[in-house]
Design a protein around this ligand. Structure first.
Ligand code: PMP
Length: 396
């Protein structure tokens, strides 16, 4: 519908509607259908008992009423200090955010101008591309694989003259493709950022949901570089409805990021920050994370096994060591748009790999992101049965 140009800003007027990933019109909800599309944690893995204790402790404490007041824009000091210690940085560099998406928007607004180029993962977390619409920055895809973003390819492109203002990557248990950037590659990335003068936006919501307890350091990487903005969230560990996350910014920019934040939402709920603090400080918290990781490992294996058993040589599947997703490629030719439709007729939803493309999606033909985090094992297995029925109907 056309609108009167005086009604809306150019930004609002021109924001594209969601296409592919996140476009609710593509999802046909029907009773009993199995959703392998989402990024929700397993509700059974969320520490509801710790929430109950924390809420009681908070609401019965003398400080409760004060927690309902405005709190400082960068976060309440005690939560900032807890995050800073965990990340191994000065608390001045920590800004508590209203979730990961908010941190990404702040990072984009604080780093990029209209027309700037930013290197991004290919396939990419699609909602990050939409954040770029806020400023009109231009994404440049670089392939990401089992070892994270392809640093050799990036270096070649830089040598050929590419001059990005920033780079965006999900370094651990990548969304959607599951890979993890090894430390030596991460170092090279920081060296390239220094040499060519660009900012690294590292978005790491899955690093605390590794399958093997202790295998991944929970600190963000490269925080000794003054070119890194690390964005994180409690969404995958404490639940996305909480809307609490954090970012670590370079010391030289910290005050200005707080100024920016003051012009947007001003603060993250102090009440929720007090709640989070009471949960993460509990001695049981590390166990909660470890148990969640073991649960996700079990589900990932179950989904891998079911896919392997049903599809055999017709499918290639990644073998992640954390996160919420398997990335799969169907071998052979088929009408993959029809597969997605037929799968929904059979009662299973997944994300088409093409929806994670930056621009050209030909190399993602036949790929799928299958989420194992939310559904119980028997639903994962049933989801594979349904997917396979759809595949039998459409394969060439
Ligand atoms: N980055 C990535 C890679 C994600 O997968 C998500 C959640 N799906 C986010 C950021 C956003 O996190 P939040 O829900 O805290 O906004």
């Amino acid at each position: 519908m056309a609108t009167d140009s005086r009604m809306a800003s150019r930004l609002l007027e021109q924001l594209p509607a969601r296409q592919g990933f996140g476009d609710a019109t593509l999802i046909r909800h029907r009773p009993g259908s199995i959703d392998l599309g989402g990024g929700n944690p397993d509700v059974a893995a969320l520490p509801t008992a710790l929430y109950r204790d924390a809420a009681r402790d908070l609401t019965e404490s003398d400080g409760f009423a004060a927690s309902l007041r405005y709190v400082p824009a960068p976060g309440i000091p005690a939560l900032r200090a807890w995050i800073a210690e965990r990340e191994g940085v000065d608390a001045e560099r920590v800004i508590v955010t209203t979730g990961g998406a908010h941190g990404l928007a702040l990072a984009v607004l604080g780093t990029l101008d209209a027309g700037d180029a930013i290197v991004v993962d290919d396939p990419v977390y699609p909602l990050f591309l939409r954040t770029l619409d806020l400023v009109g920055a231009h994404p440049v895809p670089v392939r990401v694989g089992a070892d994270g973003i392809d640093v050799d390819e990036l270096e070649r492109r830089l040598e050929e003259g590419l001059r990005p203002k920033a780079l965006f990557t999900v370094p651990t248990f990548h969304n959607p493709s599951g890979g993890t950037l090894p430390d030596d590659r991460a170092r090279r990335l920081a060296e390239l950022a220094d040499r060519y003068g660009f900012t690294l936006i590292l978005d790491d919501p899955y690093r605390e949901v590794g399958f093997e307890p202790g295998a991944v350091d929970v600190r963000s990487r490269l925080l000794d570089s003054d070119r890194v903005i690390a964005v994180n969230t409690f969404s995958k560990t404490l639940g996305p409805a909480l809307r609490v996350g954090w970012m670590v910014v370079p010391e030289a920019l910290s005050e200005r990021f707080v100024r920016l934040r003051n012009r947007l939402d001003g603060l993250t709920s102090g009440t929720l920050q007090e709640l989070v603090l009471r949960i993460v400080q509990r001695p049981e918290y590390p166990r909660v994370l470890a148990d969640a990781g073991l649960g996700y490992a079990r589900k990932a294996r179950a989904l891998q096994q079911a896919l392997g058993a049903r599809f055999g040589d017709d499918i290639e599947i990644t073998d992640p060591s954390g996160g919420f997703f398997l990335w799969a490629r169907l071998v052979g030719d088929a009408d993959f748009a029809r597969l997605h439709e037929t799968a929904q007729d059979e009662g299973v939803f997944f994300q088409r790999g093409e929806w994670f493309a930056v621009d050209d999606d030909a190399h993602l033909r036949g790929t799928m992101r299958l989420s194992f985090s939310e559904q119980p094992v028997e639903r994962l297995v049933e989801g594979v049965e349904r997917l396979h029925r759809a595949w039998r109907q459409v394969r060439g």
